[in-house]
Design a protein around this ligand. Structure first.
Ligand code: ZN
Ligand code: ZN
Length: 225
């Protein structure tokens, strides 16, 4: 794993290489509340998950990797995960995916939190994430797991072949997502978390905030799960 600092940006950056076909996951910590923005790179194609801030910094990393951005994917509609999505889409022409149940959050640009986190323009997805659908991100097939509870449209992305889960704000290392924000629901979140328990223990989990972990590690040690 490489750890370095993006020049000219606050974003911290680390990189992991996975599997025999060398899928790479670059983690950028962006914005005022350190949201994990992931760049998945495979065979010269790239996708970005949760561009929460710093569109220009994300684009600089993509340029440095000499990869073209195909897709932008939002695990949910909170401003700290989506505030750079419009700029990134405009500057790259990438296709934007989100779950329709979070559309109300993607349009909510007139509240203080959205403004504070830089969401000044409504985000309009090009395509809907649907439970159990397969989306190809950077040429790798991911299954969409609708995991409502933190927000109604929260989703995780799972690749069985690569043993990777992008968990958004549903599951963290040592924690679970909040369900006390508007649109949150503790009972629904519990059902979603129970579903994630079915995944193989070796699955590497990349959450929306904080360090990565594995399903097995969290099953052993996460007292909230
Ligand atoms: Zn959130
Ligand atoms: Zn978040």
């Amino acid at each position: 794993m490489v750890l370095c600092v993006l020049r000219g940006s606050n974003a911290r950056m680390s990189e992991q290489v996975r599997g025999t076909d060398k899928m790479r996951i670059i983690t950028l910590s962006v914005g005022s509340i350190d949201t994990n923005c992931y760049i998945v790179i495979h065979n010269g194609d790239a996708c970005v998950i949760d561009p929460g801030a710093e569109a220009n910094g994300i684009i600089a990393v993509l340029a440095g990797q000499q990869v073209a951005l195909q897709n932008i994917l939002l695990t949910h509609g909170h401003a700290d995960h989506v505030a750079a999505a419009v700029a990134l889409k405009r500057l790259t022409g990438a296709k934007l995916f989100a779950h329709p149940a979070d559309g109300y959050l993607l349009r909510a640009t007139d509240n203080e939190i959205a403004k504070m986190l830089g969401l000044t323009e409504a985000v309009t997805p090009d395509a809907a994430l649907q439970d159990s659908a397969t989306v190809s991100l950077a040429g790798v097939d991911f299954t969409v797991l609708a995991t409502p509870g933190h927000t109604p449209g929260s989703c995780c992305l799972y690749s069985a072949a690569e043993q990777v889960l992008f968990s958004g704000d549903t599951l963290f290392r040592g924690g679970i997502g909040r369900s006390d924000l508007p649109g949150g629901d503790a009972k629904v979140l519990a059902r979603s978390l129970a579903r994630l328990k079915q995944l193989p223990p070796d699955t590497e989990v990349y959450p929306g905030h904080g360090p990565s972990t594995t399903i097995g590690r969290e099953r052993m040690s996460n007292r909230y799960w």
